[in-house]
Design a protein. Structure first.
Length: 340
């Protein structure tokens, strides 16, 4: 059995550690981990590890990775940090190994929430798009508030290239804001206060607030067709980390995910998120990379990191069948290391 040498970045974080769990299910994989730190929890799960420069120093980061790739004979790279997605996408050809990011003729669109919505609307998938509008300035946001959201007490703003909850806020009146403050709702902000801090150089999105059930769907595609889509009901979330959730066989969500992802991606893994509204399921986010909670699918018999290796490295079109109604409960644990 030939060994497959896999490099995982950012091994100190939860996304990398979820990837490693899936990769370690395979007997033919050697995991090489890299991080800017010398000691993290993730170091304990890798076969070998290396320290690398911070991704913000792109040239030094890539140079160090190339050294490791050559030394270890790396076959596949799994990026785990959202901030480095574009670095790896733009250097696919310069790096020899396969890069575990989705392949798409519209990759730049995948990284821009407003452009994703515009693309999907242009090809007839507007039913999955929430009420939204892009803006840069205070004047534009005030016009959006008085027209698009005139009948709404709250609405959402986020940056077009944000991830997790970065840049996310719920805007409302001063009275509603003070009430939210008393109740510990930290993302709720007074509309007028928010207007005072708008950076006009940063494109943002105003979107309707949807209070329905939140779902995340992990999808693997091959040659433009969905191999498997795994909807997950997010029932317990803290600091954007899913602590409690269940894998659900939801035909409408699977159909919506198929419509959306087959319009955007040719090969690989992608994660998309929905909120349930009165008019159906609305797409609220898209992650063109492996995400932290995809490990929930691993518990339901769908090993997405392994699927990437099978389909794109080994060329095996393996069947996969989720174990529906699998529930994941996360808990805190710790690792002890002895330092001389």
């Amino acid at each position: 059995m030939s060994t497959i040498n896999v490099l995982v970045t950012g091994i100190g974080g939860p996304i990398a550690q979820g990837l490693i769990q899936g990769l370690k299910k395979r007997q033919d994989v050697t995991v090489i981990g890299v991080d800017r730190r010398t000691v993290t929890a993730g170091h304990q799960f890798c076969d070998r590890t290396y320290q690398v420069p911070r991704y913000t120093n792109v040239e030094a980061y890539l140079d160090r990775l190339k050294e490791i790739i050559e030394k270890e004979g790396i076959d596949v790279i799994f990026p785990s940090l959202h901030e480095e997605v574009n670095i790896f996408h733009e250097n696919r050809d310069a790096l020899k190994p396969l890069i575990a990011l989705p392949t798409s003729s519209d990759f730049d669109v995948l990284m821009h929430k407003e452009h994703v919505y515009q693309k999907l609307e242009s090809i007839g998938h507007g039913k999955y798009i929430p009420k939204y509008r892009g803006f840069n300035t205070e004047e534009e946001l005030k016009e959006i508030n008085s027209s698009l959201f005139a009948d709404d007490s709250h609405f959402v703003v986020k940056t077009v290239d944000s991830y997790a909850s970065l840049g996310f806020a719920i805007l409302t009146s001063k009275e509603n804001y003070l009430d939210a403050l008393k109740n510990g709702k930290k993302h709720t902000i007074d509309f007028e206060d928010y207007c005072r801090i708008i950076d006009p150089s940063e494109r943002k999105l105003a979107m309707e607030l949807i209070n329905g059930q939140e779902y995340s769907v992990d999808v693997y595609l091959h040659r433009g067709k969905v191999v498997v889509a795994v909807p997950r009901e997010r029932t317990g979330v803290s600091n954007n980390i899913v602590l409690d959730g269940i894998v659900v066989n939801h035909e409408d969500l699977i159909r919506a995910s198929k419509d959306i992802t087959e319009s955007l991606v040719e090969d690989g893994f992608i994660n998309i998120q929905f909120m349930e509204s009165d008019t159906g399921y609305k797409l609220t986010d898209i992650n063109p990379r492996f995400c932290g909670s995809q490990v929930m699918s691993l518990g339901a018999n769908v090993n997405f990191p392994s699927l990437f290796i099978e389909y794109l490295h080994l060329g095996n079109e393996v069947p996969v069948e989720p174990v529906w109604n699998t529930r994941m409960l996360r808990f805190r644990d710790q690792i002890f290391v002895h330092e001389d």
